[in-house]
Design a protein around this ligand. Structure first.
Ligand SMILES: NC(=O)c1ccc[n+]([C@@H]2O[C@H](COP(=O)([O-])OP(=O)(O)OC[C@H]3O[C@@H](n4cnc5c(N)ncnc54)[C@H](OP(=O)(O)O)[C@@H]3O)[C@@H](O)[C@H]2O)c1
Length: 339
């Protein structure tokens, strides 16, 4: 397993990280333990969760993923794992989370409440990387960063990061932290895959110049790049099959971003490329993001244990320039299939 540093922090993480957002909803606790054990045995030291998980977000199970991770973590030496979690962002934007009565905000009150809840569920006295799940454009970033900075000084959090933010948000936060002498975001966790190269538009420059790492999530496009939705009939128990008929409209809309005519067409050609070069499409899709030096750890997901090995196999795979060129050509042809 290769390890890389997150930003300018002391966090040295495996190039493949494990996401946990199905733990407690689509993945049982027992299966989650098996997945965590296998990842750990294969050298994964970076685990990502959130106070809001599992998905789809629901008040009946919010927090359960952290509880499962916390229980598993207590069976391992704490310092052998780099643990990342997230505080839900502002309820003022595109999403009102089903926690804290839908009143979440990136203010001091909510950040302090959230961290105490996460520490308790995770059964630990510190979080290695504490991330803002999505930005809050109402509360001034100064207040958000001051609250985070206090957590770092108190030793509850080692480093901070952000997620689902834009070049505007990341640049502004970085400048404020720098001029005020506060802890800064060392990472940004955004959607990044063969199907979604949006990061290159603006964020790449910010990350390179400021030495902030990208932690890509959904490297398989949530399962699309495995090719299973291109087969007929589509898998009955898979995420987007469930999301497409979900009673919540927002969940159905979310599915469309990943599962649409353009992503399926691009996947068809990607599968052909994988066949030609003799690499499992899951392994190839995850390996793609490792090729970029601004990426620290790519966060993969597995709903079932048998899905994980091909993602982990990407750790040992180096893609040659010819394959990267062919992927870039596909991306130009399909031009932002996820919008
Ligand atoms: N910051 C954020 O807002 C944010 C958003 C999304 C994710 N994340 C993080 O990133 C992690 C990973 O996200 P993700 O689950 O979307 O990543 P992903 O690796 O793109 O997708 C994982 C899903 O693909 C399917 N899959 C995986 N391996 C497969 C295989 N070998 N064959 C067929 N299907 C396979 C499984 O779903 P099915 O079996 O149901 O198809 C699995 O749950 C999350 O757990 C979370 O920690 C963060």
């Amino acid at each position: 397993m290769e390890f890389r540093y997150i930003g300018r922090s002391g966090l040295r993480v495996s190039v493949i990280g494990l996401g946990t957002m199905t733990f407690g909803s689509m993945t049982s606790k027992e299966e989650a333990f098996r997945i965590l054990d296998l990842a750990y045995e294969r050298g994964v030291n970076f685990i990502d969760t959130a106070e809001l998980y599992p998905v789809p977000p629901d008040s009946s199970w919010a927090g359960v993923s952290e509880e499962i991770v916390g229980e598993w973590l207590s069976t391992k030496p704490r310092e052998s794992v780099i643990l990342a979690t997230k505080v839900a962002g502002g309820a003022s934007g595109w999403f009102v989370p089903p926690i804290r009565y839908g009143l979440t905000a990136m203010d001091r009150f909510h950040i302090k409440r959230a961290v105490e809840g996460s520490l308790k569920r995770l059964k630990t006295d510190y979080i290695d990387l504490y991330q803002m799940h999505w930005p809050d454009r109402v509360v001034p970033i100064e207040e958000t960063l001051e609250a985070f900075d206090e957590l770092v000084r108190e030793g509850k959090v080692r480093y901070i990061g952000t997620s689902n933010d834009t070049a505007y948000g990341l640049t502004q936060a970085t400048m404020v932290a720098q001029y005020r002498g506060m802890a800064r975001f060392e990472s940004i966790q955004n959607n990044f895959s063969l199907l979604n190269p949006r990061f290159f538009d603006e964020l790449e420059e910010v990350c390179r110049r400021e030495r902030i790492s990208l932690l890509p999530y959904s490297p398989l496009g949530g399962g699309i790049l495995s090719g299973k939705y291109n087969r007929s009939p589509a898998p009955q128990d898979a995420r987007f099959t469930l999301y497409r008929t979900h009673p919540n409209k927002r969940v159905r809309e979310h599915a469309k971003r990943f599962y649409n005519e353009k992503t399926l067409k691009m996947t068809e050609e990607f599968l052909e490329l994988a066949r030609e070069v003799g690499i499992d499409p899951v392994t190839l899709a995850v390996a793609y993001s490792k090729e970029f030096d601004f990426v620290a750890s790519t966060i993969v997901g597995a709903r079932k244990l048998d899905q994980l090995p091909p993602s982990l196999d990407s750790a040992d795979l180096k893609l040659d320039r010819e394959i990267m060129k062919r992927i870039a050509k596909l991306q130009r042809k399909y031009c932002y299939p996820m919008g």
